[in-house]
Design a protein around this ligand. Structure first.
Ligand code: ATP
Length: 203
């Protein structure tokens, strides 16, 4: 059973690592793939290049065997639609359970994504709480299950809200702290912070 954790990761922060670890542990996943997008569809162009975002993910994941970098979207280039990505991943993992991991803010936008119904035919959705975000339970309400009901028999099609300890980190907050040249930037893995300093990112 694999988890797919897509995002801009501009930059990757401790909130991402926390979410991935919680889902890995609670659902007993084999792996979580961190999947940086090339060009996000619903937001501006990332501040850091794909190379820098990738390198920061690699640094943050070092030594964590069950976390993998997945560069599918970067290799495909252009706008990154999750449904296209999941089709490719599904083809590589026939018959296996795939869990798409989302924060509540991302999940609430699901209906604006390309082919949301097909996304649910390709994976389960695991939705993690995020501070100050109320989960929209009206979205595909007939697909919701409560932990630990999922997954078991079906390999896709369920929406599972997962109550995790909330984590206040966000890339926006990190970028703001870096722009303000704060000497101590919370939410960053030390190696990622060092990389950002060395490469003069987000200033
Ligand atoms: P930004 O502040 O630039 O919007 P972000 O912190 O939301 O960035 P993304 O890379 O856009 O980071 O997020 C990737 C995924 O991780 C999304 O599904 C998002 O909801 C989720 N996520 C990020 N941070 C958290 C957090 N602290 N708690 C729960 N989910 C999170």
């Amino acid at each position: 059973m694999i988890g797919i954790f897509g995002g801009t990761f501009d930059p990757v922060h401790n909130g991402h690592l926390h979410v991935a670890q919680q889902v890995l542990d609670r659902l007993v996943l084999d792996q979580v793939h961190f999947l940086p997008c090339a060009i996000p569809v619903h937001r501006g162009v990332p501040r850091a290049s794909a190379v820098d975002r990738t390198r920061m993910i690699e640094l943050a994941l070092e030594g964590r065997e069950q976390f993998k970098l997945n560069t599918l979207e970067l290799k495909r280039d252009g706008k990154s639609h999750m449904v296209d990505t999941l089709r490719e991943i599904r083809a590589g993992y026939p018959g296996q359970t795939i869990c798409l991991i989302l924060g509540a803010d991302a999940f609430n936008q699901l209906k604006g994504w390309k082919s949301p119904k097909e996304i649910l035919q390709l994976a389960h959705l695991v939705v993690c709480q995020r501070p100050d975000v109320e989960l929209d339970r009206a979205i595909f309400s007939d697909h919701w299950v409560e932990f630990p009901a999922m997954p078991g028999e079906s390999i896709e099609g369920c929406i599972l809200p997962l109550a995790i300890d909330e984590n206040p980190c966000s890339s926006t907050r990190v970028r703001n702290m870096l722009e303000a040249q704060e000497s101590e930037v919370q939410c960053l893995h030390p190696a990622v912070f060092e990389y950002i300093q060395d490469h003069h990112l987000y200033h």
